[in-house]
Design a binder for this molecule. Structure first.
Ligand code: BTN
Length: 243
């Protein structure tokens, strides 16, 4: 099966959030595969209500999906999209590490974030917006507090990737990974290139905070951790920051 990516798309020099625009389009019936992308965002959103710094020169894109999934598959979908971006960058000779659940890293700092937002009817999504933000070039205005944790592809690798070339590669890899989604075969690649598995992580789930060892992924891409007392738990929310 081929997903009809990029048959229809909208490009903006500047937009508040490509996810917001794609969501509005999906609500009025825009088809699966419709892509909204931009050169910069003024109100880029991340997971857990965080903002996503989106200066000029990045790839900020949102793809409308109408997948036959259930709510419990959303975490696996986010991990699958991370693998699609990882594979797309491999085509340019760049090997990223994926941090659970939605970040890609180079040299220990973030170069990409993924935000999946769904509108559900009962347990089934009417649509999912797959939002992907990739830092392609250095940002002279990067806030000081983000410098230790955020970087870009050109700085880390010396490779300049034109935005449209990367978008094409991401959509092609997204097509492949969505086909693999029911079998979960992408999880092996997600594990092998993980910035999380094997590490001691600081877990934050609202008020709950603790340190544990990240040991693997469950079938739904939940993070399996081992506590100091040897007991194991699967995390399906929150963050796990490698120490
Ligand atoms: C995160 O880091 O928690 C996820 C960041 C996702 C950012 C992308 S950029 C394109 C799309 N539009 C948004 O407002 N967010 C996503």
């Amino acid at each position: 099966m081929e997903y009809p990516f990029m048959k229809q798309c909208q490009f903006y020099e500047e937009i508040d959030s490509t996810n917001s625009a794609a969501k509005a389009l999906a609500r009025t019936g825009a088809p699966e595969g419709f892509v909204v992308y931009a050169d910069r965002q003024t109100a880029g959103r991340g997971r857990l209500g965080k903002s996503f710094h989106s200066p000029k020169g990045g790839l900020y894109c949102s793809v409308i999906l109408r997948p036959k999934l259930r709510a419990c598959d959303m975490m696996a979908l986010t991990a699958a999209i991370a693998v699609a971006v990882h594979r797309a960058l491999l085509r340019f000779g760049i090997c990223t590490q994926m941090k659970w659940v939605n970040d890609l890293f180079l040299g220990g700092r973030k170069i990409c974030g993924i935000l999946c937002e769904g509108q559900f009817s009962g347990d089934m999504p009417e649509f999912v917006i797959a939002g992907i933000g990739i830092n392609l070039t250095p940002d002279p205005s990067l806030p000081t507090e983000l410098r230790p944790i955020v970087t870009d592809i050109l700085t880390e690798t010396g490779v300049f990737i034109p935005r449209e070339a990367l978008l094409d590669a991401v959509l092609s890899c997204l097509n492949d990974v969505l086909i693999e989604l029911p079998k979960r075969s992408f999880l092996e690649e997600y594990t092998r290139n993980s910035a999380t598995i094997g590490h001691i992580v600081r877990v934050s789930q609202g008020e709950r905070e603790f340190v544990a060892q990240a040991i693997g992924y469950a079938e739904d891409a939940g993070l399996i951790i081992r506590h100091a007392d040897g007991s194991e738990e699967v995390l399906r929310s929150g963050t796990a920051v490698p120490l």
